[in-house]
Design a binder for this molecule. Structure first.
Ligand code: SF4
Length: 325
């Protein structure tokens, strides 16, 4: 098992299948982003092999991320490969939703269980401002396609940024009440390319909850402490929300996540400054035991948690699109 110095056991692996994306969200990447060459990215066969080793080490769940995972061709084939690994309990995905009208049914058939769709505004002009793309209609259609395909649970992730979209918190909460989806509010994290994030733009979780309570009374829902989101349901039973308070109420003490970047680097934390090269082992003729050793080393060196807003915080070199959320 992969247990770190703080007694936390790694159970979840987030796998970025590409650093590319068809959006240009201002808090994620610059307009002119640089991407890895195709040859630098792990192949589906390599991702499957690494995941098989990870499952033998106790990893139970995989989440596919990007960039935008669905810009890579035939991701449903990778899903099929991964869900067939004995011991892997679930394969889910985080996406911007744009390709879901075309892909949702195929992902469902492939065995995908659960999908998170990133959406930060319901206003078209603001969508263009935040993503530098005019695709709000496509994303809304994508949410509908995910629900229709039965990719449960369908969660909508909203990054709340003061002065950008925080006036829509109540509108998104109302969405969670009227539709079969969960809305999760995410505190704005410093993983942009340095051009946007500052502490004053962070809307703290307690403020978000207070504002949603104004929509309708909430009650807490029991949840696994290792899950990033704290959950609430509306007392009148209609819908659920989640809040991910990474900045103001860090949950690192229960962290059970590791990340594999699209170019095969293992990260033991979203904000990690060190990486462990799995691709070099794969392409250097290494054995499964050698791959397992990389996992063990990464976990053995995992720190207690991020230092955002504290002395010593250093922003990672990679921006969000090259880590995969
Ligand atoms: S910041 Fe790092 S240690 Fe903390 S919860 Fe996120 S991944 Fe885990």
């Amino acid at each position: 098992m992969l247990v770190d110095r703080f007694g936390r056991r790694a159970r979840k692996l987030r796998i970025s299948v590409t650093d590319r994306c068809n959006f240009r969200c201002v808090y994620c990447m610059p307009e002119e982003a640089e991407f890895k060459d195709r040859a630098e990215l792990l192949t589906y066969e390599e991702i499957e092999r690494v995941t098989r080793v990870a499952v033998q080490l106790g990893i139970e769940k995989v989440r596919l991320t990007g960039g935008e995972p669905l810009v890579r061709r035939d991701v449903e084939r990778l899903v099929e490969r991964l869900v067939s690994i004995p011991g892997l309990r679930a394969v889910s995905m985080t996406t911007n939703g744009y390709f879901l009208p075309a892909k949702a049914a195929a992902l469902k058939r492939a065995g995908l269980s659960g999908i998170n769709i990133s959406l930060d505004t319901l206003d078209r002009d603001r969508f263009v401002l935040l993503t530098r793309r005019d695709y709000l209609r496509e994303v809304l259609a994508g949410i509908g396609a995910a629900v229709a395909a039965g990719l449960e649970p369908v969660k909508v992730n909203m990054v709340v940024m003061r002065g950008y979209n925080d006036d829509e918190v109540e509108t998104f909460a109302a969405q969670a009440r009227s539709r079969a989806l969960v809305v999760r509010f995410i505190e704005f994290m410093p993983l942009d390319n340095g051009s946007v994030w500052n502490e004053s733009l962070v809307v703290p979780a307690h403020e978000i909850i207070a504002r949603v309570q104004a929509v309708a009374p909430l009650e807490p829902v029991e949840h696994d402490k290792s899950d990033p989101a704290r959950r609430w349901r509306f007392k009148d039973g209609q819908g659920e929300i989640g809040v991910i308070a990474s900045v103001t109420e860090p949950f690192c003490g229960h962290c059970d996540r590791l990340r594999l970047t699209a170019d095969g680097k293992l990260r033991n934390c979203l904000f990690a400054l060190d990486e462990y090269d799995v691709r070099a082992v794969l392409r250097g003729g290494g054995s499964d035991a050698d791959i397992a050793a990389v996992f063990s080393e990464a976990v053995a060196n995992k720190w207690a948690g991020h230092l955002i807003n504290r002395e010593g915080f250093v922003k990672p070199e990679r921006t969000m699109h090259a880590i995969g959320g």
